[in-house]
Design a protein around this ligand. Structure first.
Ligand code: PLV
Length: 320
């Protein structure tokens, strides 16, 4: 098998988060992947399976799937076209170009960009790289859990992550099943206004949001993938769906920067906010999470849609 494109990322114990939660907190630092997020795990795996003889790949993205596809395509010497919505910050467009990709800006939200990517795949004969809805992506993402299982001495008490289209969630669940950790609950975080998973869980069916009103644009799929919804219904693994506001996600990004010295984007801040806003404690008080809880595993999904200028722009916009 070809060597994977992703790295085995550090697993760091966070002293400040441990103090806040009252149980050891371990950070799986996916921000340190070559493309800046976990996305390279699944996309690297998918491209190695489907794009070796490709005349080019086309990926629709809120940003980070595109960064992974552009990086992998460059390494495979295959041209990449990344279709992003107009809500994607200029800094991401530039970073995609720096990876050698052609950037196509279409539509207002990811769903519009995806329609265009599918059209280009069809008309130009390009290999379509989906950002979250494909079994090869989930298989690739599942390696994040096998790595943790190989280095964490104790089984986690819970896994904390963000949900956009649900690819990370599906991969983590597959990983938990692979290593036999099916009794470990998953806390699945979204922001209000990018909450397609929460809406589906509440309605008991897939729901398509009217619009994406959150600034966490990389969580901005209007409909979660069917597999993620099915996992939420099957009860094989307990999934707790919860929301934070944009303000809470942004403030989590800032606290994480101060305390851990790492800059991540709001999509990742949504998961971190579960610790900083006290949600983990509330879930324990409500009996939805065990107390005491074993080690909390936080998937620090990362993200490239952020720099100091973007951070101050978001602060201004959200009045934080
Ligand atoms: N972002 C996707 C989908 O956007 C993308 O195209 O990049 N954390 C970060 C930093 C992300 O970029 C994403 C997804 C997620 C979390 C959520 O992952 P998912 O989509 O697999 O649930 C619209």
């Amino acid at each position: 098998m070809a060597r994977p494109f992703h790295l085995n990322t550090p697993l760091l114990e966070s002293v400040s988060m441990t103090q806040r939660v009252g149980t050891p907190v371990f950070l799986k630092m996916e921000n340190s992947q070559p493309s800046g997020s976990f996305k390279i795990r699944g996309i690297g795996h998918l491209c190695q399976q489907l794009a070796t003889d490709s005349k080019g790949v086309v990926c629709s993205s809120g940003g980070n799937a595109g960064m992974a596809a552009a990086y992998v395509a460059r390494k495979m010497c295959v041209p990449a076209t990344i279709v992003v919505p107009s809500s994607t910050p200029q800094l991401v467009v530039q970073r995609l170009r720096d990876q050698g990709a052609t950037v196509n800006i279409t539509g207002k939200v990811w769903d519009d960009a995806n329609t265009e990517a599918l059209r280009l795949a069809e008309t130009e004969g390009l290999t379509y790289v989906p950002p979250f809805d494909h079994p090869l992506l989930w298989q690739g993402h599942s390696s994040v859990i096998s790595e943790v299982a190989a280095s964490l001495e104790e089984k986690p008490g819970a896994v904390l992550l963000s949900v956009g289209g649900g690819g990370l969630l599906c991969g983590v669940i597959q990983g938990l099943k692979d290593v036999g950790w099916t009794d470990v609950p998953v806390i699945a975080m979204e922001t209000v206004g990018a909450d397609c998973f929460n809406a589906a869980v509440k309605a008991g069916r897939l729901v398509t949001l009217d619009d994406i009103t959150s600034e966490a644009k990389c969580l901005g799929a209007k409909t979660v993938c069917r597999k993620a919804f099915e996992f939420s219904q099957s009860g094989e693994i307990s999934i707790i769906s919860a929301l934070v506001t944009d303000q809470q996600a942004l403030s989590a990004v800032e606290t994480f920067l101060d305390e851990e010295r790492v800059l991540v984007e709001m999509a990742c801040g949504a998961a971190l906010a579960a610790v900083y806003s006290g949600l983990v404690h509330r879930l324990q008080d409500e009996g939805r999470l065990p107390a005491p809880l074993g080690p909390l595993l936080v998937i620090v999904c990362g993200g490239s849609s952020v720099d100091m200028e973007q951070l101050s722009h978001l602060k201004h916009k959200l009045h934080t």
